[in-house]
Design a protein around this ligand. Sequence first.
Ligand SMILES: Cc1ncc(C[n+]2csc(CCOP(=O)(O)OP(=O)(O)O)c2C)c(N)n1
Ligand SMILES: [Mg+2]
Length: 370
Amino acid sequence: MATAIASIGDEQAEIPAVIAPSLREGAEFEPLPEATLRRLYTYMLKCRTVEEKIRILFKQGRFSGNYFAAVGQEATAVGTTLDLLEKDAIAPSHRSFITHIMKGTPLKLLFAQLYGRKTSPDQGRSAPAHCGYAPLNIITPSSTIAAQLNIGTGIALAFKMRREPNVVIALSGDGSTSLGFWHEAMNFAGVQKLPMVFVVINNLYAESVPLYLQTAVTDISLKAQGYGIPGVSVDGNDVVAVYQAAREAIDRARAGEGATLLECKTYRWYGHSEIDPAKYRTPEEVQEWKQRDPIVAMEQRLEGLGLWNEAWKQELIAGFRQEIEEAVDFAEKSPVAEAEECLDHVYSFSVRERELDRKVWSPKFEVVRR
Ligand SMILES: Cc1ncc(C[n+]2csc(CCOP(=O)(O)OP(=O)(O)O)c2C)c(N)n1
Ligand SMILES: [Mg+2]
């Protein structure tokens, strides 16, 4: 990939090529069982099928708000969460909606969330891509980027204090690593040897800001050194590499050996969100990364092992589409939350005060229906 010229103010400097070599290149791992390879592929395909449908629904105006697609980055979410146990926790970023699919949050609840319906995990309260799912220990992504890591750190501390052998997968983006929260979480996890894996999904941009204007290092994993934990960089478009590195980090965490920073280098195919045309990137750059599609790469790998053919892929997609249609139908038929209910589950009012408030404020509520 060609080098570019960075410019901040009057200064111009040559910046390094965006793809740094993976620190794990040449690392030796046991070959994965066929079933694991197939599952990695199947989940990536499911995540993409779901997100491409979500993008269509948004463009059709079937739900509003916004959505942050991880299309092109599927290997990162899939490879790091495939083997999680029920009690393990996920602290997702705004772009990690698909980790719900991995952990098993029912698709119909996820679509109810997109549509802001009462049947969604947060009963129609927050943004379309911002929901947790308490039964599976998935916390709500923070709108303040990186802050989900601090909540995740607290959960990891609780696991450790209770001597429960669970781990926390905490996901953030490259831009998030410039936030104080990110460093506080890493520092605390390092000091306390918490059972965590910090997954940094480095897609080279934070909204329109390219990596080289965000940080002076090309391998974000190097930042782990400042906190006394191992840092690893992998090709985030190689789901097997991501899975192997994540499994090693998860095993360390579960064994009480502390946290790891796992950087996955990848690329988002579309804009920051569905309302971003992403004109700050060249078509050539996007095209180059699309040619490194993690799903196609896995298809080629599986085909070489005699484990993939087009008919199987189409069969899988047909099954996913059926499940998605049922989820969309459930969401569209679900009721929206009542305006008065927005005062439920808040800390600041006693029940009596809340009742009083309802009397005073209810007539003034405007119900905005998505
Ligand atoms: C503290 C804070 N600053 C800015 C924003 C606005 N914002 C939301 S997402 C985002 C980009 C995050 O980039 P990155 O961490 O690389 O994640 P990506 O979107 O690439 O997955 C920004 C700047 C915010 N939500 N919170
Ligand atoms: Mg980013």
